[in-house]
Design a protein around this ligand. Structure first.
Ligand code: HEM
Length: 165
């Protein structure tokens, strides 16, 4: 009885953490960033909100990873070899690879591009380089969102027994 409840709890927490991550990014991109555009507070607020979301996002992503591995275990992937020897394992491996790539992209977006863009916006708001860096940072942020949405789609396939390879 206990493992069945644990499996349900694990999927529930996986969905909750994934919803926080994807929903948070959509909210930032669709509501927060446009609302701050053109305001004198823009650079400071983007930096502050970004830092707060990063902190909560790290917690959510750790939970996604932990429950994702647990979900795989409950779906019968009980050894490392089964990650490439079974269809469910291979889908899990694909999700794991994309997940790690997405985390790397997200760190690059927050810690390198975003940080530099905020600094440039404070020092030289009208400079061409500032605008270019903001555009770059924004495209990398969108890519993080797209990869996250692909991870949702792969999760839906996986939960219905569909394997892509
Ligand atoms: C940001 C990253 C991720 C997102 C947004 C995400 C999203 C989702 C969603 C929405 C589902 C539910 C599909 C459904 O019930 O129809 C799901 C299921 C699943 N995910 Fe993820 N996922 C992520 C990362 C991972 C990782 C890293 C793993 C493996 C280590 C993983 C393994 C699984 C498994 C095994 C299921 C099937 C759960 C079940 O029904 O037993 N996910 N995922």
């Amino acid at each position: 009885m206990l493992p069945a409840w644990l499996a349900i709890a694990s999927v529930f927490l996986h969905l909750l953490a994934a919803a926080f991550w994807v929903g948070g990014m959509l909210f930032l991109g669709i509501v927060v960033v446009p609302a701050l555009r053109g305001t004198p507070e823009r650079a400071r607020m983007v930096e502050r909100i970004g830092l707060l979301f990063e902190r909560a996002g790290i917690g959510a992503l750790l939970l996604v990873l932990l429950t994702g591995l647990l979900n795989l275990w409950f779906r019968g992937v009980r050894s490392v070899e089964q990650l490439w020897e079974t269809p469910v394992g291979r889908m899990g491996l694909l999700k794991l690879g994309l997940f790690l790539g997405m985390v790397g992209l997200s760190l690059w977006h927050n810690r390198v591009l975003g940080k530099r863009a905020v600094r440039l916006l404070q020092e030289a708001p009208e400079h061409l380089q500032t605008r270019q860096l903001w555009r770059w940072s924004s495209w990398v942020g969108r890519l993080v969102l797209v990869v996250s949405l692909v991870l949702v789609f792969l999760g839906v396939l996986l939960a219905r027994g569909v394997s892509l390879w």
